[in-house]
Design a protein around this ligand. Structure first.
Ligand SMILES: [Zn+2]
Length: 207
């Protein structure tokens, strides 16, 4: 057997170490979107990017899947499902409809007081909320990205309720009681520390 050079020895050790001490696998969360109508790919990708960015500090590895494209018998770690109600494709909605829309943008379903991992996003309401600021004059690509990010934000808010089993709101950040049109457009919304703590605590308990 040929003696190993020091460099080769080091390379062998470095290759072997991950096998001996595998990196802890982050718990996963798959967010499945059940669209009522056709949607645009750029806004779907923007939802995924926004959710991953907001959920970064939770310790979860987040994936987003379109229910229509799921393979039969798909398996998941953690799972939450959103019905994507209305038109989620960033098609402009007539401006005259804006004034009377102030209802919820998304919701988590409950049963006997328990928050379920199922929710609903009101795509048309999120769209109208953005149009209050944007009007209808944005270039289509930027528009779809902004729209997807806003949908990701309202979903992150509901995912907090679902994962932490917490019906109450924080004073700041994406988990406060209401999000304004300006906040939906702003790129800097995040999960506040106390919301992250609640999610981690719940995940730890469920291990
Ligand atoms: Zn809420």
């Amino acid at each position: 057997m040929r003696p190993l050079s020091y460099a080769r020895f080091l390379a062998v050790i470095l290759t072997a170490v991950p096998a001996l001490f595998p990196a802890p696998v982050a718990p996963s969360l798959t967010v499945v979107l059940d669209y009522e109508h056709p949607h645009s790919r750029p806004s779907f990708e923007a939802i995924k990017a926004e959710l991953r960015s907001i959920m970064k500090g939770s310790g979860l590895s987040v994936d987003v899947q379109d229910k229509a494209l799921l393979a039969p018998n798909s398996q998941f770690g953690g799972l939450v499902v959103f019905k994507m109600a209305g038109h989620c494709d960033a098609t402009p909605i007539p401006v005259e409809a804006l004034s009377d829309e102030r209802g919820p943008l998304a919701m988590a379903y409950t049963s006997n007081g328990e928050i379920l991992p199922f929710g609903e996003v009101k795509c048309d309401r999120v769209r109208r909320s953005l149009q209050r600021i944007l009007g209808q004059g944005m270039p289509p690509d930027r528009d779809r990205m902004a729209y997807g990010s806003a949908l990701g934000k309202v979903m992150a808010h509901e995912i907090y309720h679902m994962l932490a089993h917490e019906p109450h709101h924080t004073k700041t950040g994406i988990t406060k009681e209401a999000l304004s049109s300006r906040e939906l457009l702003d790129g800097s919304m995040s999960l506040p520390q106390n919301a992250l703590r609640e999610i981690r605590r719940k995940l730890e308990r469920d291990k």
